[in-house]
Design a protein around this ligand. Structure first.
Ligand SMILES: Nc1ncnc2c1ncn2[C@@H]1O[C@H](COP(=O)(O)OP(=O)(O)O)[C@@H](O)[C@H]1O
Ligand SMILES: [Mg+2]
Length: 317
C-alpha cells in the first residue's frame, strides 16, 4: 500500500474535466487499497505536499500547469515521484509548434504549417506574408494557438477573408499561433499505456460527427455532435500504421507512463498525419483513453494501477 496524492482541478480552462478525472482516479486508488489524498491544486500545493509526504503524486491536471511541465517541475524540486511524462516531454507536447518540429525532424508526418509569434505581426509585418502562406497551405486552412488544450481557439479559415479573425481568436489564447494545412478525413486517437516501462498502443478511437455539415466544421466539435467508435473500423494496415505512428510520436517526444496521440486519416484512406500528443489525457467516464483501455480488456482500476506503478517504480529506484 502506498500513499498517493491526486493532483486535480487547478486554474486552467479544463478545471472541471480535471476535477472529474481526479475524483475517478481517487476512487480507483482507494479500491486498489492505496491511501489517497486529493489536492485541488492552488497556492498551497507545496505546503500540502510537504504535510502529506506522499510516495507518489498522480497528476490528473489537464491544460495549463498540469500539462505544460509546471507542476512536474515542482514535483521534481520536492523529490515527489509522479505519474506520466517528465518535465521535458510536457514542454514539448504543450507547445504544438515545438512538437511538430520534432515530429517533422523524426520523419513522422504532420500537416504542413507555419507558426508565428505576436511580435512577427506587430513588429515584422508578418501579415504581408499571409498570401504566400495561404498559397502554400491552400484553403481551407486551420489556425490554432500553439498551446494545446483549448479546442476553443481553433478556427477553420475557408477564404483569405477569414484568416485575420481566426488569428485574433488564436492570439487570445497564446502569444504564438500555428497556421496548418487542413486534412479532410477522419479523426483518430491512439492512446498509449506503458506496461512495465514498455509503451503499448491501445485500440484506436474514432470521433464520428453525428451530422454531416460539410461547411460547418466547428459544429463537429460541439458536445453531443460527436460519437466515439472504439475500436475504429479501419483496414488492418491503416490501423497498424496509426498505432506505429502514435508509438513513434510517443518516443520522439519522450513521453512517459501514458499519453494520447491525435491523428487525422486523410479521406484518401491512406495518408495519416499526427496532430498532437496529450500528456495528461482525460480520465472521465466518457474520455478516450479509458474507453480504449476498456476495449483492450483493461478496467479503469487496472489502468490507474498501471499508471501509478510507473511513478512508484521511480520512487523505489
Ligand atoms: N490540420 C487539421 N486538419 C483537419 N482537422 C484538424 C486539423 N487540426 C485540428 N483539426 C481538428 O480539430 C481537433 C482539435 O485539434 P488538435 O490539434 O488536436 O488540438 P486540441 O485537441 O489541443 O484542441 C482535431 O481533433 C481535429 O478534429
Ligand atoms: Mg487534440
Amino acid at each position: 500500500m502506498s500513499r498517493v496524492a491526486v493532483l486535480k482541478g487547478g486554474r486552467s480552462l479544463e478545471r472541471q474535466v480535471s476535477l472529474t478525472s481526479g475524483a475517478r482516479v481517487e476512487d480507483a486508488l482507494e479500491r486498489l487499497g492505496h491511501e489517497v489524498a486529493g489536492i485541488d491544486v492552488g497556492a498551497d500545493l507545496v505546503a500540502r505536499l510537504g504535510e502529506l509526504a506522499p510516495d507518489a503524486a498522480f497528476v490528473a491536471l489537464h491544460g495549463r500547469d498540469g500539462e505544460d511541465g509546471t507542476v512536474q517541475e515542482l514535483l521534481e524540486a520536492l523529490d515527489v515521484p509522479y505519474t506520466g511524462s517528465g518535465v521535458a516531454a510536457c514542454v514539448r507536447c504543450w507547445d504544438k509548434v515545438l512538437a511538430k518540429h520534432l515530429l517533422r525532424d523524426a520523419g513522422i508526418p504532420t500537416p504542413d504549417f507555419h507558426a508565428f509569434s505576436e511580435t512577427a505581426f506587430r513588429e515584422l509585418g508578418a501579415a504581408q506574408a499571409l498570401p504566400a502562406i495561404e498559397r502554400q497551405l491552400t484553403f481551407p486552412l486551420v489556425v490554432k494557438p500553439a498551446a494545446q488544450g483549448s479546442a476553443l481557439g481553433i478556427k477553420f479559415a475557408r477564404t483569405a477573408a477569414d484568416v485575420p479573425t481566426a488569428l485574433v481568436s488564436a492570439f487570445s489564447y497564446d502569444r504564438k499561433v500555428l497556421l496548418e494545412r487542413y486534412v479532410p478525413g477522419r479523426d483518430l486517437a491512439v492512446s498509449i499505456l506503458e506496461r512495465d516501462g514498455e509503451p503499448e498502443p491501445l485500440p484506436i478511437v474514432e470521433a464520428v460527427p453525428n451530422e454531416k455539415h460539410f461547411y460547418d466544421f466547428e459544429a463537429r466539435y460541439e458536445i453531443g455532435r460527436t460519437r466515439f467508435v472504439c475500436p475504429a473500423e479501419l483496414p488492418d494496415a491503416v490501423a497498424e500504421e496509426a498505432r506505429s505512428l502514435a508509438l513513434a510520436t510517443y518516443r520522439a517526444l519522450g513521453c512517459g507512463g501514458f499519453a494520447r496521440v491525435d491523428l487525422m486519416l486523410h479521406e484518401d484512406g491512406e495518408r495519416l498525419f499526427v496532430l498532437e500528443a496529450n500528456v495528461v489525457p482525460g480520465l472521465t467516464e466518457t474520455s478516450l483513453l479509458p474507453q480504449a483501455a476498456e476495449a483492450a480488456g483493461i478496467s479503469f482500476d487496472a489502468l490507474v494501477e498501471r499508471v501509478v506503478a510507473g511513478a512508484l517504480a521511480r520512487s523505489a529506484a
